[in-house]
Design a protein around this ligand. Structure first.
Ligand code: SF4
Ligand code: SF4
Length: 403
C-alpha cells in the first residue's frame, strides 16, 4: 500500500467494482475521449494499481484522477453500488499531497480561498469588471466563462445576517460562497418561500463555504475545517438548508469530513418547498401553459437522488416542465473544472446548451450556481436561466418578510 493519508480509497470501495463496464456509456469524459483511462472503471483500476504498489502517485495518475468531473453519473449506473465519489475524493487527497508547488498553489486558490469572504468579494469585483470590459482584457481560453459572467445577476445586497421576524421551526440557510453575491435572487426567493411555508429563517454570518470545492481539490484539512465552522454556525437551528445542489450534497456527507453533528439536520431547500406544496402550505398556481426546460444538476440526480423536485416546483409556479436530457450528462461546470479544463468543460457546456435550445423553451430552470453559470456561458442569450425557486417566488409575488 503506497497511500499516505487516512482519506485514501479503501479496499472495500475499490474491490466493489466488478469491472462490468456498465458505467462507461454514462461517463462524460469516456464519451468524449473513448479512453479507458478516462472512464470510471479505468480510474478505479488506476487507484487499485496504486494501492497495490504497482503504480506511483505520479503525474500520469494525477491526470487520470483530475480529469474526472466528479459528476457521479457512474454511481447511479453502477449495479455493484461502488462508492465512486468517496473513492475519488480520497484519491484526490492523495494526489494533492504529491503535487509540485505550482499546482498545489492553484488547488489552494480554488479550494481554500473561495471560503474567504474577501476573496469572494475580489472575485465579484473582477466579475463586474469582466461584465463591462471582459471581451478586451480576458484571455481567449476564459472567454466562454466571461460570456456567463456577463449574464450574472450580481448584487450588492447580501442575505447574510438575515433573520425572519416570525415562524415555528427554525431553518438555517447556507448562503454559499458565490451563491450570495452572484445568485442572491435565488437566496431571497428561498427565504421568502420558506417563510410562506411557516419557517423562521436565519442566515448566520459566522458560516463559511460548505467546503465542496476544497474537497474536490483534495484539500481535506480545509474541507474538514469548513465543515467544523458550519457545524458551529448552525448549531442553534432545527434544520439546515442549501439551495445549491452541490452544497446540499456536500452538507449531507459532513460526517465524512469529521463533522457528524450537522448532516442529520440537512435538507435541500427544494425538498422543504415541495413538502409545503404537497400539504397545502404553499399553493399550486393555475397553469399558464408556458414551457420551462428543467436541467438536473448532477448532485441532485446522482448524489441525492432528486429528480422530481425541480419539476414539481416549476409546475406549482404555473409552468409546464420539459425534460432536457434523459441521459443526464454533466454540463461541464463541475466546481472548478470550467477554470482548470476550459476546453472539455466548454464541449460539455455547448452540448447541454444545444439540448436546452432544442426544447425551444424561453426559460431553463437549474438549481445549482455552477450549472447556471455554465448555461449562461453557452446558451442563446434570449433564453432566461433561473433557479426553480426564483421562478416560483416570482410567480407567487413573495419576498422576504423583514426586507
Ligand atoms: S464521476 Fe463522472 S466523469 Fe468521473 S468517472 Fe464518474 S461518470 Fe466519469
Ligand atoms: S464502477 Fe460499477 S458499473 Fe463501473 S465497471 Fe465497476 S462495477 Fe461496473
Amino acid at each position: 500500500m503506497v497511500w499516505t493519508t487516512e482519506w485514501a480509497p479503501t479496499d472495500t470501495e475499490l474491490n466493489a467494482c466488478v469491472r462490468c463496464g456498465l458505467c462507461l456509456p454514462h461517463c462524460p469524459t469516456f464519451r468524449l475521449t473513448g479512453d479507458e483511462a478516462a472512464s470510471p472503471r479505468g480510474r478505479l483500476n488506476a487507484m487499485s494499481a496504486v494501492a497495490a504498489g504497482v503504480v506511483e502517485l505520479d503525474a500520469a495518475f494525477d491526470e487520470v484522477i483530475s480529469s474526472c468531473l466528479q459528476c457521479r453519473a457512474c454511481e447511479s449506473a453502477c449495479p455493484s453500488l461502488v462508492s465512486f465519489g468517496r473513492a475519488m475524493e480520497g484519491a484526490r487527497v492523495e494526489v494533492a499531497t504529491e503535487r509540485p508547488r505550482g499546482r498545489r498553489l492553484r488547488s489552494r486558490a480554488l479550494g481554500r480561498w473561495i471560503g474567504k469572504r474577501w476573496m469572494v468579494r475580489a472575485a465579484t469585483l473582477a466579475a463586474v469588471l469582466a461584465q463591462r470590459v471582459g471581451r478586451w482584457v480576458v484571455p481567449r481560453r476564459l472567454r466562454a466563462g466571461v460570456g456567463g459572467l456577463r449574464r450574472l445577476p450580481i448584487r450588492r445586497s447580501s442575505v447574510l445576517g438575515y433573520e425572519s421576524p416570525l415562524g415555528d421551526e427554525t431553518v438555517g440557510l447556507l448562503a454559499g460562497c458565490v451563491m450570495d453575491p452572484w445568485f442572491g435572487g435565488a437566496s431571497e426567493a428561498t427565504i421568502a418561500l420558506l417563510e410562506q411555508a411557516g419557517y423562521r429563517v436565519l442566515v448566520p454570518k459566522s458560516q463559511t463555504c460548505c467546503g465542496a470545492l476544497a474537497a474536490h481539490e483534495g484539500l481535506a484539512d480545509d474541507a474538514a475545517r469548513m465543515a467544523g465552522v458550519n457545524t458551529a454556525a448552525f448549531s442553534a437551528v432545527d434544520r439546515v438548508v442549501a439551495n445549491a445542489a452541490g452544497c446540499s450534497a456536500h452538507l449531507s456527507e459532513y460526517s465524512r469530513w469529521g463533522a457528524p453533528g450537522l448532516q442529520d439536520r440537512v435538507s435541500d431547500a427544494l425538498h422543504l418547498v415541495v413538502a409545503a406544496i404537497s400539504d397545502g402550505r404553499l399553493p399550486t398556481l393555475e397553469t399558464t401553459g408556458e414551457r420551462v426546460a428543467v436541467q438536473d444538476p448532477c448532485h441532485h440526480q446522482h448524489a441525492l437522488g432528486m429528480t422530481e423536485e425541480s419539476r414539481a416546483i416549476v409546475r406549482a409556479a404555473g409552468y409546464q416542465p420539459i425534460d432536457v436530457d434523459p441521459t443526464g450528462m454533466c454540463c461541464g461546470a463541475a466546481g472548478s473544472y470550467s477554470i482548470v479544463r476550459p476546453e472539455t468543460s466548454a464541449m460539455l457546456g455547448r452540448a447541454k446548451a444545444s439540448e436546452v435550445e432544442a426544447t425551444r423553451c424561453g426559460i431553463v430552470a437549474s438549481a445549482n450556481p455552477g450549472c447556471e453559470m455554465q448555461l449562461r456561458s453557452h446558451i442563446d442569450s434570449r433564453v432566461r436561466v433561473a433557479h426553480p425557486l426564483e421562478l416560483y417566488a416570482e410567480a407567487l409575488g413573495v419576498t422576504p418578510q423583514s426586507r
